[in-house]
Design a protein around this ligand. Structure first.
Ligand code: SF4
Length: 106
């Protein structure tokens, strides 16, 4: 009897351990798809806007302010209309957006 319940316990433990990587992968991809809202406190602190034309962009690293957008920032990790930003821990920002942490693609 004790042998049987120990076997059941071990089966449950193995099945539970096998699910852990799936759960963690799933939550990581859900976070990556999340978009940064301009109302987010971090976004506000960094002056993030979804339309760069609405920001007061100063020339930086030799790039005129009006040419700076998320899509040509080195922290923009994609090519599409929205892509993950390293600064926002992988949450998506608008390619047409901008924030004060803008850094030219090297
Ligand atoms: Fe956009 Fe770059 Fe700021 Fe991220 S760090 S929000 S990609 S300008």
């Amino acid at each position: 009897m004790a042998d049987l319940s120990r076997r059941n316990f071990l089966r449950g433990a193995v099945a539970g351990a096998a699910l852990i990587p799936l759960v963690s992968l799933d939550s990581r991809s859900a976070r990556a798809a999340e978009r940064v809202s301009p109302d987010d406190p971090t976004a506000q602190a960094l002056g993030y806007v979804e339309n760069a034309a609405n920001a007061d962009r100063k020339d930086k690293a030799g790039v005129p302010g009006d040419q700076q957008t998320c899509s040509n920032c080195s922290l923009y990790m994609g090519e599409g209309e929205y892509a993950p930003c390293t600064l926002f821990q992988g949450r998506e920002v608008a390619g047409a957006g901008w924030c004060t942490a803008w850094v030219p693609k090297g």
